[in-house]
Design a protein around this ligand. Structure first.
Ligand code: ADP
Length: 442
């Protein structure tokens, strides 16, 4: 029953009971008719007073809730409008550059270096666009509760070194960049969701790089109690204290229109928080405008006390690919050609299956197939089913699933189906070659 009907029904019921029983009681105890009339009047006033107090209390609590909700709706509307304006700017800028430089590339008189420069601009802008799409996708997955945690063994120190090396070239030479680890390599073998940890640290480092022109950027972790405490600090522009408690809200960007415009749609920190919540951790920050910012987050420490099998990581890539038969299960011709082009000249034989069933049949008939690269979305039989079927008769065959974007659900399903690894689309030549060589040498 609706709230207002309940209130009215309650009011009428209590009123009726009050009139019935109080009258009976008064008639029983009081015999004098004058006295009875006076008490009846007081009784009426008493009822009015009590119901007024009750109504006030109930209405007040409801009005507070309604006003809070209204305030939130106004704020959320403001943030969404700001987001839409911002995202349209963020999409238009790289789009303009892609359209513009593609047009310029048509000019036959361009020198090789000019062409390279334009291609570099197009590639950078595509990355920027892809980043926005990924962020919007991530936040909607987080908000709809569709992201799950995929725990795997991770050598945390290696991951930190990898991140350090990938950021080193991006950082201005005048900024000192450091990384510190708080555990020995053996103890840093932990169980966690490596994709999420990498994404969180990268998002925080991206901000540090974006908002710091000079001084220092550092990141690392320590072990305290049973928690890994990560930090990412910088000596950049800092964040005013009135924004500290809202900073992890989605779409929030500090600063007004007349200040320097930094790229970003205000989703990075909300995604970090969503991911850290999923990992049962906490995130907070400390910052002073003009001095810098420090972001800290924790995750539970879950060590794995086993020796990791040593992998022959540095085998020569060409030797790995030479004479290797690679089955590419991919229904999209353009994607297949791209993959074929990547392996061209490496001495590998490339076979093509256009759907999952064909991939299974080819693996059954052809023993020379040494590795399978399989797309998840395919007609007739999808990638998951095909992987499961191939696993039944070729348990040791390395299978790499190709998933769309970095959706950890898709990855998890691919791992559950039996794939050894995954690569998310779009991927670069280096990423594909390194994943194939990793799986061939392990
Ligand atoms: P964006 O993609 O716009 O950077 P974030 O959610 O990552 O979105 O960050 C939200 C806002 O918080 C940024 O626009 C910026 O104003 C502020 N911010 C985040 N990190 C830093 C930092 N290290 N230094 C200064 N400001 C920061």
């Amino acid at each position: 029953m609706k709230f207002e009907y309940r209130i009215i029904a309650g009011y009428v019921l209590v009123g009726c009971l009050w009139i019935l029983f109080s009258d009976k009681l008064l008639n029983y105890f009081i015999r004098d008719p004058d006295m009875l009339t006076r008490i009846q009047t007081f009784k009426g006033w008493f009822y009015v007073l009590i119901t007024a107090i009750l109504f006030y209390a109930i209405l007040k609590s409801h009005l507070v809730k309604i006003r809070n909700a209204e305030q939130k709706a106004i704020e959320s509307d403001r943030l969404k409008t700001a987001f839409l304006q911002n995202i349209s700017h963020e999409i238009r800028t790289p789009m303009n550059s892609i359209v513009g430089f593609s047009e310029l590339l048509k000019d036959k008189k361009l020198s090789e270096s000019e062409k390279d420069q334009y291609l570099e601009m197009i590639s950078k802008s595509s990355d920027q666009l892809l980043n926005i799409v990924n962020e919007v996708l991530d936040i909607s997955l987080i908000e709809t509760g569709n992201l799950s945690v995929n725990l795997r063994r991770v050598q945390l120190n290696n991951l930190m070194k990898e991140i350090y090396l990938s950021y080193k070239p991006l950082i201005n030479k005048e900024i000192s960049f450091t990384m510190s680890t708080g555990l020995s390599d053996t103890l840093s073998l932990i169980l966690t969701d490596v994709i999420k940890i990498r994404q969180i640290i990268s998002n925080l480092l991206n901000n540090a790089v974006k908002f710091t022109d000079k001084g220092h950027i550092g990141f690392g972790y320590t072990l305290e109690e049973n928690e890994l405490n990560f930090f990412i600090e910088d000596t950049g522009i800092g964040i005013p204290s009135d924004s500290h408690d809202k900073i992890f809200e989605r779409f929030l960007k500090v600063g007004s229109d007349n200040e320097r415009l930094y790229e970003g749609v205000g989703l990075g920190l909300a995604i970090c928080k969503g991911n850290i919540d999923l990992l049962n951790g906490k995130i907070w920050m400390d910052s002073k405008p003009g001095k810098g910012s420090k972001f800290l987050f924790t995750i539970p420490y879950k060590p794995v006390y086993e020796e990791e099998p040593v992998k022959g990581k540095n085998k020569d890539l060409v030797r790995t690919l030479n004479n290797l038969t690679i089955l590419v299960a991919e229904d999209d011709d353009v994607n297949f050609l791209y993959i074929k082009e990547i392996f061209k000249g490496a001495g590998a034989e490339i076979l093509h299956a256009i759907n999952g069933r064909e991939a299974v049949e080819m693996c059954e008939k052809n023993d020379r197939i040494g590795i399978v690269l399989i797309d998840i979305k395919m007609p007739v039989m999808n990638g998951y089913e095909a992987i499961k079927k191939i696993r039944e008769f070729r348990p040791g065959l390395p299978i790499i699933a190709q998933t769309a974007f970095a959706l950890s659900n898709e990855m998890l399903k691919a791992f559950n189906a039996g794939s050894n690894d995954y690569i998310s689309k779009p991927f670069t030549r280096e990423q594909l070659l390194s994943i194939v060589s990793k799986n061939m040498s392990s």
